[in-house]
Write a protein that binds this ligand. Structure first.
Ligand SMILES: [Zn+2]
Length: 136
């Protein structure tokens, strides 16, 4: 494996330590076992709408080292084409998630409107005359 110092690499991070991301490899982590090839990394781009499985095939099982820390800590060589593909997939999934959230919000608002118009309590869906809210 060529020296990866200074190169963009594929790894995993984010709040779960399992979200695909692009790191810059800043060289060997001093004071760690050489054979583990622990690397200093700097986050360049996090694909927070993707999960481990979305990028599993992009690693090509070609782990060259790891970052310091837990979770999925393997580091893998990556091409510009793969970075672009992951970015596009992340955007697609983010848009789908946002649309689903908007749809849920619109459905909830429509339900409250329907219940309110029919004289029902929007919270419990019965003619409770808001007693249900005082009981809590
Ligand atoms: Zn009620």
């Amino acid at each position: 494996m060529a020296d990866m110092t200074g190169k963009l690499v594929l790894g995993f991070g984010g709040i779960t330590d399992m979200e695909p991301c692009i790191y810059r490899d800043n060289g060997h982590y001093d004071g760690t076992l050489v054979e583990l090839n622990v690397r200093k990394v700097e986050l360049v781009e996090l694909f927070s709408d993707l999960n481990l499985m979305d990028a599993a095939s992009s690693t090509h099982n070609d782990k060259y080292g790891c970052r310091w820390g837990g979770g999925a800590n393997g580091l893998f060589p990556v091409t510009t084409e793969t970075i672009d593909a992951l970015r596009q997939l992340n955007t697609k999934k983010r848009v789908a998630r946002e649309e689903a959230e908007e749809r849920q919000f619109a459905e909830a608002a429509a339900r409250v409107k329907l219940l309110t118009e029919s004289g029902l309590c929007p919270k419990c869906g019965t003619w409770c005359y808001s007693d249900c809210q005082e009981a809590r």
